[in-house]
Design a protein around this ligand. Structure first.
Ligand code: GLN
Length: 502
């Protein structure tokens, strides 16, 4: 019999509704799985007691006409998303003991859909990073090769989904933090259009870029989870009322005549040849199904990383001002005055990368530099958004390109070189700057058996086309069925080899 942990969201729905197994059995199976793969270090907290309780409540309703798409199904949350009954630490010392005071809107929506919050996943501190190494809880490992990073910053959510601990998980994406780890872990990940999903109750990093997204192991599963999250929320002023918040992967998805733009600026030096060749093959497979491939140019792409590393730190420095030891966060002891309290609390509480961003952000916003950096970056941001707009207006219906220039790199390999870490996001950052929907779709393995992702970028609010194309691609290829071999990361004794530092 197939083991419960390996079933996807939709298979679990069927199995639970047919009473083939109970939600309590499912939760137990996933807890056992989580223990046997604990060396991946995906979780900051596993919410064993509350997950078991919610499962037994769900079991009362299963079999009845419940109408809840996720009833009895465990989902993991990145640890920057509030969920009552859990800590929300953002993998930072400054919030090590912060109890969620209320549910984020996405948590509430998951609960309303019947989902069970399984645990809070490990991440880069305050979502700043591309490798999930910058965490007070230690690095997350990639299930395909535990000496490699899973990507970041939502690396715990990606690795937990890829390693079949949970069928799906939530992350946040400010510059690529859902799509890049999805790519490096060989699963699906989506960042919806800016404004599609509420950020109320999600710890803010860079508010003009942040968006909640999710991970799953098939396009159909991803559509179910995405649909559960979307919808207008008056508590987030950037949230937009829409009537098209439900997504699916149509059976026999037809992509005939669809114009797919392939931007030449996304196939540049620094892209690994194996990544380029897998992505080009994937595009060819879409062409074989009747899509029309169009060569396009997004000429301002090369400014994106520079622009992002002005705007994101600027907004972060402002958002993180609240963690001062008084309003929020760790408070240093034995301080002689208020200034020292701020100074010591923040020095002790924040990690190195977060401090670097706060310093850069404060600098680019300071008097005399604001116009030269922040204002200028905003102008170039508009140019980047206009590149996409022009392409979508006259040349193509969506864009296809790599998610990241390389496959998973080694743990420790880039920690001392922030710029090379930042360059990981060259192809994902423009999508956040333009507010567009983007999806990562598994499309190959390199010669080291590490996953490669195809990025699909849509017009604003056109997630439906991304799901349609992902469905058509999934139908034609079998990359989505590839899993990291259990032997590379499962502890055979099943015992909890816990590598976490707390
Ligand atoms: N890697 C990027 C950064 O460090 C993006 C992070 C994210 O999307 N949260 O800022």
């Amino acid at each position: 019999m197939t083991e419960l942990h390996s079933l996807g969201l939709q298979e679990l729905r069927t199995g639970l509704d047919n009473r083939e197994f109970s939600s309590s059995e499912l939760v137990q199976a996933l807890l056992t799985r989580a223990k046997s793969v604990s060396k991946l270090n995906c979780f900051i907290d596993i919410l064993e007691d509350s997950a078991k309780k919610s499962a037994s409540v769900a079991d009362q309703t299963l079999g009845k006409d419940h109408g809840k798409p996720l009833l009895g199904i465990p989902i993991a949350l990145k640890d920057n998303i509030l969920s009552v009954g859990s800590r929300t630490t953002c993998a930072s010392r400054i919030l090590h003991n912060f109890q969620s005071p209320y549910d984020a809107t996405v948590t509430k929506k998951l609960n309303d859909s019947g989902a069970i919050v399984f645990g809070k996943t490990n991440m880069d501190e305050f979502a700043m990073g591309s490798s999930s190494e910058a965490s007070t809880c230690g690095p997350v490992c990639n299930p395909w090769d535990t000496s490699k990073v899973p990507g970041g910053s939502s690396g715990g959510s990606a690795a937990a989904t890829a390693a079949s601990i949970v069928p799906g998980a939530l992350g946040t994406d400010t510059g690529g933090s859902v799509r890049q780890p999805a790519s490096l872990c060989g699963i699906y990940g989506i960042k919806p259009t800016y404004g599609r999903v509420s950020r109320q109750g999600v710890v803010a990093f860079a508010s003009s870029l942040d968006q909640v997204g999710c991970f799953a192991r098939s396009a159909g599963d991803l559509a179910v989870l995405t649909s559960a999250l979307c919808g207008h929320d008056p508590l987030d002023s950037t949230s937009v009322p829409r009537s098209d918040n439900s997504f699916e992967v149509p059976a026999g998805a037809n992509i005939k005549g669809l114009r797919i733009g392939v931007p030449r600026e996304y196939f540049i030096e620094g892209v690994e040849p194996e990544v380029e060749s897998a992505v080009r093959k994937a595009i060819k497979s879409l062409e074989d199904q009747g899509a029309q491939v169009v060569d396009i140019s997004l000429p301002n792409t090369h400014h994106a990383v520079n622009v992002y590393y002005v705007i994101a730190p600027a907004e972060a420095s402002s958002n993180l001002a609240r963690f001062d030891g008084i309003r929020y966060g760790h408070r240093a002891s034995d301080c002689k005055d208020l200034k020292e309290l701020y100074y010591k609390s923040r020095s002790e509480g924040f990690g190195e990368e977060v401090k670097r961003r706060i310093l850069v952000g404060s600098f680019v916003l300071s008097t005399g530099y604001y116009d030269a950096y922040y204002l200028r970056a905003q102008k170039v941001r508009t140019l980047i958004a206009q590149d996409f707009k022009a392409a979508f207006e006259s040349q193509c219906d969506l864009v296809a390109c790599p998610v990241a220039p390389t496959t998973a790199f080694g743990i420790g390999e880039k920690v001392d070189d922030p710029v090379s870490m930042y360059l990981n996001d060259v192809f994902t950052i423009p999508v956040n700057l333009a507010g567009l929907p983007g999806m990562s779709v598994p499309c190959g393995l390199d010669s080291k058996n590490l996953p490669i992702g195809l990025q699909l970028i849509g017009k604003p609010w056109d997630e439906s086309t991304l799901f349609r194309v992902a469905g058509a691609y999934e139908h034609a290829t079998d990359w989505h069925t590839k899993r990291a071999p259990d032997s590379s990361y499962v502890d055979a004794t099943g015992s909890a080899k816990d590598s976490r530092r707390s």
